[in-house]
Design a protein. Structure first.
Length: 490
């Protein structure tokens, strides 16, 4: 099955932080694959910057090593073509050096789409944007891509957005969340709004609860310094998980126009029931992993990786959230994320309510409730669990079976990485999968009271052994409601 490639306009893409981890692991491979598939115009250029004193030739060698590390089967002709697009410019944004050279290159083609990707620490977002503005590099065709985290709380996010807004207009700002670029996330909207089957059932009358799990088996590793200033709530819930929740819970937008979709997501964020200190204690569990074991053997605890004796930073959080509107009244949304959990998995589980009455006798067995499982990673796919008759004579015996669609099996094509789609959307100027400023503000308005409550109590996060599913209190959080975390994770 061939993939239809939609051409984009000619462009110049400038990657700040071109020698960093994000460029190494994600951006360069994503751009290579778009070039391999013929989506990047012949004249398009990719300019990369950092403080390192590289020549363009030296950077191309570095980029080739990165591509060979992360891509198994490189096409030699495509690799040569792609590396030829790369131009390196050394810029020290703190010393205000290198901007003139960048401006000279870009101004050779003032009329093409010009995109700046800030693959750098958020601490210097404002400095770089100010430098871009001072160098006169912003025109009507300019876009800027901002990676998360956007602030550490509502106040700092507002300040950062105002700084960026002094240089770029809102329609030029692309706040990226790579989870929204995942194929299965796109299919969540297709399932809901391109089929007559689900939408009539997508409400409190038919859905018992929703679970969203984003679990990682790895620890913080080399990100310990950053992570200790963020924690699981800021790093994952405020952006990734809340965005997934919005796509599950939002009303049908009028169209796939960017603002139509984002208007509906904003309504969900504003409808989230706020947390008081009492509700934080009752409905939220935060944890921190201790030494344990994973598939690779013994692993250290968070404090050992951090190199400190104490820290209140959570590496795990579980939340019972509620949406105060007609569609979702009384339907809990259980959110869970953490480091050093039993396995790496991201999925959404929509649990439907039980049938109102069983016509089958006890000999038929237990009738389990229908579930829709949307797997984001690994092994992206969609599974619907239904009850059927067990084949064979001897009466009516029922069992649960999955209607399972694995994207890898259903579509015999390479599954593009989220960054491939999102970078091309930036070039197109399509903001549908990017966060608008008021979405960021609304998300922080819900998160801030949780952070303030934790700060006021100074309670130590609950410990959990690496390689498990988090603190026992997170199991109690859902089981006291008569429910259980999805066994799909086991």
């Amino acid at each position: 099955m061939a993939v239809r490639v939609i051409a984009v306009d000619d462009f110049d893409l400038v990657v700040f932080g071109g020698t960093g981890d994000l460029a190494h692991r994600k951006l360069l491979p994503a751009l290579y694959f778009r070039d391999l598939d013929g989506q990047i115009p012949d004249a398009a250029r990719i300019l990369v910057t950092s403080r390192r004193e590289f020549s363009s030739g030296e950077y191309r060698t570095w980029a080739e090593e990165a591509l060979r590390e992360h891509i198994k089967d490189l096409d030699d002709a495509a690799l040569t073509r792609f590396l030829g697009r790369l131009t390196y410019v050394a810029i020290d944004v703190a010393a205000d050096a290198g901007w003139a050279e960048l401006g000279k290159i870009l101004n050779e083609r003032p009329d093409v789409v010009r995109a700046f990707y800030l693959a750098v620490s958020p601490d210097i977002f404002g400095t770089i944007c100010a430098g871009i503005g001072k160098a006169g590099l912003v025109n009507a065709n300019t876009r800027v891509v901002i990676e998360k985290p956007i602030g550490k709380d509502g106040q700092s996010a507002k300040a950062l957005n105002e700084t960026i807004g002094k240089v770029f207009q809102e329609h030029q700002i692309f706040r990226i969340d790579h989870y929204l670029g995942k194929e299965t996330v796109q299919n969540l909207m297709a399932l809901r709004f391109a089929n007559a089957l689900f939408e009539p059932l997508w409400n409190a009358a038919h859905i018992d609860h929703v679970q969203i799990t984003v679990a990682e088996s790895l620890g913080v590793g080399g990100r310990a310094g950053y992570y200790d200033t963020a924690g699981a709530l800021r790093d994952m819930v405020q952006n990734h998980i809340l965005q997934l929740l919005c796509l599950v819970a939002m009303e049908p937008p009028a169209s796939m126009d960017a603002d139509s979709v984002r208007d509906e997501k904003l309504k969900v964020l504003k409808a989230l029931a706020p947390f008081t200190p009492e509700l934080v204690e009752k409905h939220i569990v935060r944890g921190q992993y201790k030494a344990g074991a994973s598939s690779g053997g013994a692993v250290p605890g968070y404090l050992e990786e951090l190199g400190r004796d104490d820290s209140l930073t959570e590496t795990f959080v579980a939340i019972k959230a509620e949406i105060a509107n007609w569609r979702w009244s009384g339907v809990p949304f259980y959110l869970r994320t953490g480091k050093r959990l039993a396995t790496r998995v991201s999925e959404i589980v929509v649990q439907f309510r039980p049938i109102p009455h069983s016509i089958f006798g006890s000999e038929a067995g237990v009738i389990t409730d229908n579930r829709l499982v949307i797997r984001l990673q690994p092994d992206e796919g969609v599974k619907m669990e239904i009850m059927i008759k067990d084949p064979g004579p001897g009466g009516m015996r029922l069992r649960r079976v999955p209607l399972d669609m694995s994207f890898a099996n259903a579509f015999k094509v390479r599954n593009p990485d989220a960054y491939e789609r999102l970078i091309m959307d930036v070039i197109r100027g399509n903001q549908t999968l990017f966060m608008r400023r008021d979405e960021v503000d609304a998300a922080w308005q819900w998160i801030d009271p949780i952070l303030e409550s934790w700060s006021a109590t100074k309670d130590q996060p609950k410990g959990y052994t690496a390689g498990t599913w988090g603190p026992s209190a997170s199991i109690a959080l859902i089981e006291r409601d008569g429910r259980t975390w999805s066994e799909e994770n086991a």
